[in-house]
Design a protein around this ligand. Structure first.
Ligand code: TRP
Length: 380
């Protein structure tokens, strides 16, 4: 079956689909060579890179070369608020962003497009979505971003500064191009094609390279950006692209914010996390304890193991032990789930504590860019 992936629709059913996307999108795999190059600079590698959850890129190899030659870059990513709160999958790009910011001490720009999901008809209540925009900004800041180097902006609030560049950008992209990349059909709102320009504008915030960690579904925006960047005397977008997390229901299901049985939310407490994992997380274990001990389990289809391997078990040796123990049936499903719940909670507790302490104004004050960080002349 053919995979279908656009920013508004994601349909992935196997690792094979991910490989096909690499060809379809014309991106490259993140391979050992690239990771070694990065490690030479950073000293170590974040678990999301080591385990290849970020698995593809466009131009990251070039960027590292340029960086070694003294060129700089900035980081840009975003999150479109929707009709419900964020789940752990939504945080993934921001976790990598924090790591990159720590390592490279670069500026980070985070766009919160409160219009996108409304225009895509993924939410029906714009005012509610706006409220989530602020909640999401707070959640994102709580991964530990440096307030002195991070600017989070909500499109409808910051539009005064986005609109002029968007005027120029929108003129450079035809409906034909937009359709080719995004495949809009006739029922799409006229908001969406214009929105493309708003997501491209922040790639021009600085003269250096924009580095964009995001889900691979976002790549189409930046493909269009690369076609026009040079006209604006700006650098082409560099992307590092991730896979999608599995929902609790099983391999390649979606963690959907509108289905609490599929997702663990950022504000879930320990009891809830544990309950959801014990009750709903799809298991690769044997049908009965006896069978499990006899024939072993299948870590490759087990949602708890998936989550440990993507993010929550950073220790490679420990992960290997768990994998082998589970496969042999020495570790039971109950034990694996219990351990996963603890690891997830360790992470969430920290986020929740940070979240309470965040001074959002430090991240969102809109004079910030205008003063020292943002000094650009938009010439065409
Ligand atoms: N379109 C993204 C979403 O649906 C939000 C977003 C805005 C974004 N700007 C971005 C994502 C830049 C990656 C990079 O959530």
């Amino acid at each position: 079956m053919n995979s279908k992936v656009t920013p508004w629709e994601v349909d992935i059913e196997s690792e094979e689909d991910y490989r096909k996307l690499i060809e379809e999108f014309g991106v490259k795999e993140i391979d050992d060579n690239l990771l070694n190059e990065l490690k030479e600079i950073t000293g170590d590698l974040h678990v999301l890179l080591r385990r290849r959850f970020f698995y593809a890129h466009r131009g990251f190899d070039e960027l590292l070369k340029e960086y070694k030659n003294g060129k700089s870059f900035f980081i840009y990513t975003g999150r479109a608020p929707s009709k419900s709160k964020m789940h752990i999958g939504h945080l993934i790009p921001f976790i990598l962003v924090k790591w990159l910011q720590d390592k490279f001490k670069v500026n980070v720009y985070i766009q919160i497009p409160d219009e996108e999901k409304y225009w895509a008809k993924k939410t029906d209540d714009y005012e509610a979505t706006r409220q989530y925009a602020y909640e999401d900004a707070r959640t994102i800041a709580s991964v530990g971003l440096d307030p002195d180097r991070t600017f989070i902006f909500i499109n409808s609030e910051y539009i005064k500064h986005l609109y002029k560049p968007a005027i120029y950008v929108a003129r450079e992209i035809s409906i034909h191009e937009a359709k080719k990349v995004f495949g809009f059909d006739d029922s799409a709102t006229i908001g969406l094609p214009f929105y493309i320009s708003l997501q491209i504008v922040p790639t021009f915030f600085e003269e250096s390279y924009p580095l964009i960690p995001c889900g691979i579904d976002q790549d189409p925006y930046f493909r269009l950006q690369r076609d026009i960047a040079e006209k604006f005397n700006r650098k082409k977008a560099i992307t590092i692209l991730s896979k999608f997390v599995w929902g609790l229901q099983g391999p390649y299901t979606k963690m959907s914010a509108s289905d609490p049985k599929s997702a663990i939310f950022i504000d879930d407490d320990y009891e809830t996390v544990r309950y959801k994992i014990l009750k709903y997380a799809f298991s690769g274990g044997g049908a009965t304890l006896e069978e499990h001990k006899k024939y072993g389990g299948k870590p490759e289809i087990d949602v708890s193991f998936f989550w440990l391997s993507v993010l929550f078990e950073e220790d490679d040796r420990k992960l290997k032990e768990i994998e082998e123990g589970y496969r042999k049936g020495e570790i039971t499903t109950g034990e694996l789930k219990d351990y996963t719940a603890k690891k997830v909670w360790e992470f969430l507790r920290n986020i929740q504590e940070n979240r309470r302490k965040i001074d959002l104004d430090k991240f969102m004050y809109d004079g910030k860019l205008a003063s020292e960080m943002w000094n650009w002349e938009f010439k065409i």
